[in-house]
Design a protein around this ligand. Structure first.
Ligand SMILES: [Zn+2]
Length: 345
């Protein structure tokens, strides 16, 4: 073991200065000696800290005065190194463990991204203040207005009739009229569509109003579905999840510029966000239950989805690739059947 003196390089504390020398152990002291046999440093072994040895890397030693000695021989190991410091090295040389970590690391990442972060996001949502959500929502609307919305072409009469129905419905369901606001926009991009922003603003396009013009209860069903998304905080949960995942990925891959995009881009990304099937089912269920509470029928919901599906089928024949309500919502037949067969509890 005692292949001392061992040659290497001494790095002075707080300086880039370094010097070739050799180390040897004399009694309870470690001494560094230069080529002229002068002692550069003499330190009690108890004050010498050997750094955790890693395969392929020289095991340096650091002294209490701040300097370091790095042996030339990368395989050299200090005889007084505490045994536990060899643990990392032993782990790194264990092939089974290496293989296991290759398998476990992606699994762990997957778990963090798809289980851990959503759980944290859902928890953090419950902590978000209403004013934060309000600001986030209105900012998102401003971005969406620029990208996809034009002023409504509905007549004043049409609008006030729909607003009146909306207000009556909110009152009957004990929903906060200051929170749930209904806005109309014309949109070539969104076509017949409706969406809710996380703070409670529900946007309906002129095209959807026209499509369901002779089915006011079907429109009500769609509006209730959107209110359901707000009540269950689906939008804000998705946004929190997406932001959290992007930040984790940015940290892992070192792309920190991506984070600004996540924060600034939440408006336009909202347009592309697709709720999970479970979220849609929750919102459908909400809509159907409230329709029944209000004295309407679950068939109104089925009618709405059917009308949208028919329109989508016609558009598909024309090879028209407009972003339709149902292109962001899951398979319709299942939802229609669910609504038609719904038995109130
Ligand atoms: Zn939905």
């Amino acid at each position: 073991m005692s292949d001392f003196p061992i040659t290497g390089c001494y790095y002075y504390p707080n300086s880039s200065q370094h010097q070739q020398c050799s180390a040897s152990i004399t009694g309870e002291y470690l001494q560094l000696i230069d080529s002229q046999q002068q002692v550069i440093l003499s330190s009690p072994l108890a004050d010498c800290q050997s750094e955790s040895p890693l395969p392929g890397i020289a095991s340096a030693i650091s002294f209490s005065e701040g300097g370091r000695f790095v042996p030339q021989d990368i395989h050299f190991r200090w005889p007084f190194a505490p045994d536990k410091q060899g643990l990392t090295e032993r782990l790194e040389k264990n092939k089974a463990l290496i293989l296991l970590s290759i398998i476990l690391t992606p699994l762990l990442l997957w778990f963090i991204l798809y289980r851990g972060i959503p759980a944290i996001a859902v928890y953090s949502v419950s902590l978000a203040s209403p004013s934060t959500v309000e600001n986030m929502g209105e900012q998102a609307l401003t971005v969406i207005e620029k990208v996809a919305l034009e002023p409504t072409m509905l007549t004043e009469d049409q609008q006030s009739a729909l607003q009146l129905q909306w207000q009556t419905m909110l009152k009957q369901l004990n929903l906060d009229a200051a929170k749930f606001r209904l806005s109309f926009y014309k949109s070539d991009y969104l076509s017949a569509n409706a969406f809710a922003l996380p703070h409670g603003r529900v946007v309906v396009t002129d095209e959807l109003v026209k499509l369901l013009n002779d089915k006011p209860d079907a429109l009500r069903a769609i509006l209730l579905h959107e209110i359901g998304h707000v009540e269950y905080q689906h939008g804000i949960r998705l946004t929190a999840q997406a932001a959290a995942s992007s930040i984790v990925l940015a940290v892992i891959f070192g792309d920190l510029e991506g984070i600004t995009e996540v924060v600034l881009g939440s408006g336009s990304s909202f347009l592309q966000q697709v709720f999970s099937r479970d979220m849609e089912r929750e919102a459908d269920q909400y809509a159907i239950e409230k329709l029944i509470t209000l004295g309407y029928s679950s068939h109104d919901f089925a009618d709405a989805i059917e009308a949208l599906q028919t329109r989508l089928d016609e558009k598909a024949k024309l090879d028209d690739s407009w972003l339709e309500y149902l292109s962001t919502h899951p398979s319709s037949q299942e939802r229609i059947d669910y609504a038609r067969q719904y038995k109130p509890k």
